[in-house]
Ligand binder design. Structure first.
Ligand code: FEO
Ligand code: CA
Ligand code: CA
Ligand code: CA
Length: 598
């Protein structure tokens, strides 16, 4: 039904129509600035960015490439520490004269430095209290780059096991770097969680692995059979499975970083399982235990949660820093409540009017006790996908961000798309065949307790062009909503609204990727409104939404088939004939009022 009157509080802006073009677009009355770009200095000794003269040495002092997750933690008086993932590199559009068959050592080492993480202080004070603008604080004590040369510690049950020992690290406890960090989350105890996602693509020569069990484990994650696309294996044998078969097992984890301690060693938390981690977001259970929700972003993969053994203690950082080392890892199984024959793969609602049902969290491993027959605890945690297979977990349409509402505890999962699902494989929780547009799941834990073993669920959005009959916007009037597809990152604003950023609209809707806000409760539930669109070839990542401002990470601008350094598809943000630069954008009200308020 059409709902008269203003939109939900926090979403009162004029929604954008579908955008194209090589620029960032925001609603009337909003301004936006580029806060920091690939190559901008974190330290005053960093050289000025020069795309024609790149080096690892420069890049390790500059903001990295392909910013994805963004988090803001308070520093007081309007300042923040900003944490950012640098998921991957686009060598063809980064480097002049790049030859994909023969990358140079300098290019490869620069790419190693452009991966990883950034911690950087930002200040909201310099432009006055009424402005949402932010400025980078170069040389702040907390500024930090964590490139592929930085030390990370493995903790929890897999640390030290023979699956993670290598010739460079016979103890199996110290890993150099983190790769493909996609989404993430901030914890109630002030740390940052970041997910190692498509780590498999960096490892070459799986064909050299002759042991059938070892090969099966590699293939379940999809390591490259011969050369990798980036060919890092030519420059460091740790990327070559024929030389170092265990290095790959040291990636694919959730990483915990303390951004307030620039000398701390980040931790890879093996108790949370190893898969293509999109990210992890934490909610406290009724008894104070930390519950982390996690997606494995690949077609037909699973949704997981980790429940810590011990409870969070306010003001006990030392204790809280160990919460993610001990606990139980679960995988989700979903059951629909409509007859299977009513799910025809088109997205047509079943006769009870909802894609909905119940589900259970199946325990895989608790501390050093395995719940999976035939697998040790270390094997369940290191080869978690196989553990999920063994217990009959539900194969989902690419689980991206999973985010509990800080207000209600209801959990939202972005299922970005899955064009491989057939009509026969359609089920009530993944109801469309050749799912190009994705959907958003809403999960309610029984007794509203994040540690519950069972839950109910329903699909909140079945995305696409609202004129497509196979879409659903929580029952809201489809004439009143923005088209949306390929939901990826999720975030909540100060008013309990869900914000969704997308990855894949150019191919699915013919429009630039974008950021949307939607009410999840009340009369406006399901009213999707587009707030911001990103430039040509870019993906919208990271969103942070507060009353003061909206932050997005503009990832891979100009990533278009056939584009290269000499023939760019985007010149954002510097314009002219410049190289595109992944950047963080901050948007805010021109009149100094609050985001989405009248
Ligand atoms: Fe890196 Fe799942 O998107
Ligand atoms: Ca149903
Ligand atoms: Ca993502
Ligand atoms: Ca994605």
């Amino acid at each position: 039904p059409h709902t008269a009157g203003p939109a939900a509080v926090g979403l009162r802006f004029e929604p954008l129509t579908q955008q194209t073009g090589d620029h960032v677009t925001v609603p009337p009355g909003y301004l936006h600035d580029v806060l920091i770009r690939w190559g901008d200095p974190l330290f005053s000794d960093a050289p000025v960015f020069d795309p024609e003269r790149q080096s690892a040495e420069a890049q390790e002092r500059q903001f990295g490439y392909n910013n994805d997750f963004v988090g803001l933690l308070p520093l007081g008086r309007g300042d923040h520490v900003m944490v950012v993932n640098h998921e991957y590199t686009n060598e063809e559009i980064m480097f002049p004269g790049y030859d994909p068959d023969n990358p140079t050592r300098q290019q490869v080492e620069t790419a190693w430095a452009a991966h990883g993480l950034t911690v950087v202080a930002v200040s909201g004070r310099r432009r006055g209290r009424r402005s949402g603008a932010l400025d980078v604080v170069v040389d702040h004590d907390l500024n930090r780059r964590l490139p592929l040369s930085a030390e990370f510690e493995l903790t929890g049950p897999v640390a030290g096991s023979h699956y993670v020992r290598t010739s460079a690290d016979p103890e199996g406890r110290t890993v150099l770097g983190t790769v493909n960090n996609c989404a993430g989350g901030l914890t109630p105890w002030g740390t940052w969680l970041t997910g190692e996602e498509n780590f498999h693509q960096y490892f070459a020569n799986a064909d050299a692995i002759r042991d059938p069990l070892e090969r099966e484990r590699l293939d379940r994650y999809g390591a490259e059979s011969a050369e990798t696309e980036r060919k890092w294996e030519r420059f460091d044998e740790r990327w070559d499975l024929a030389q170092e078969p265990n290095e790959i097992n040291r990636f694919g984890w959730i990483v915990e970083v303390d951004p307030y301690d620039p000398t701390s060693t980040p931790k890879k938390r093996t108790a949370m399982g190893r898969f293509k981690h999109e990210g992890a977001t934490v909610r406290l259970a009724a008894d104070g235990r930390a519950v982390a929700y996690m997606g494995d972003d690949e077609r037909f993969e699973y949704l997981y949660k980790f429940v810590s053994a011990e409870a969070y203690r306010p003001d006990d950082d030392e204790h809280n820093a160990t919460l993610l080392e001990h606990g139980t890892l679960y995988v989700a199984r979903f059951t629909g409540d409509s007859p299977a024959g009513e799910i025809d793969g088109t997205g047509a609602l079943p006769s009870d009017g909802a894609f909905d049902g119940t589900g259970e969290w199946i325990p895989l491993v608790s501390g050093t006790t395995s719940h999976v027959p035939g697998m040790t605890p270390e094997e369940v945690l290191c080869f978690t996908r196989q553990a999920g297979d063994a217990v009959g977990a539900t194969a989902m349409d690419r689980p991206e961000d999973v985010e509990p509402s800080p207000r209600t505890g209801h959990v939202y999962a972005a299922l970005t798309n899955n064009t491989d699902r057939t009509a026969e494989q359609a089920d009530e929780v993944n109801p469309r065949a050749e799912n190009r547009f994705g959907h958003v799941l809403e999960l309610v834990e029984d007794s509203d307790d994040a540690a519950a073993a069972t839950f109910s669920w329903r699909l909140f959005l079945v995305c696409g062009d609202p004129e497509d009959p196979g879409t659903y916007f929580a029952g809201y009037d489809k004439d009143q909503v923005s088209a949306i597809s390929c939901p990826d990152n999720l975030a909540f604003d100060d008013h309990g609204n869900l914000w969704i950023s997308t990855d894949g609209q150019p191919d699915s809707l013919g429009a630039n990727d974008a950021l949307y806000g939607v009410a999840v409760d009340g009369r406006r539930r399901g009213e999707v409104r587009q707030f911001l669109a990103v430039p040509t070839g870019a993906e919208t990542c990271g969103p942070v939404i507060t009353d003061e401002r909206v932050l997005v990470a503009v990832q891979h601008p100009g990533e278009v088939d056939g584009a290269n350094y000499e023939n760019q598809a985007s010149h954002w943000p510097d314009g002219g004939s410049s190289v595109p630069r992944p950047s963080i954008v901050v948007a805010y009200r021109a009149d100094g009022k609050r985001t989405g308020h009248a």
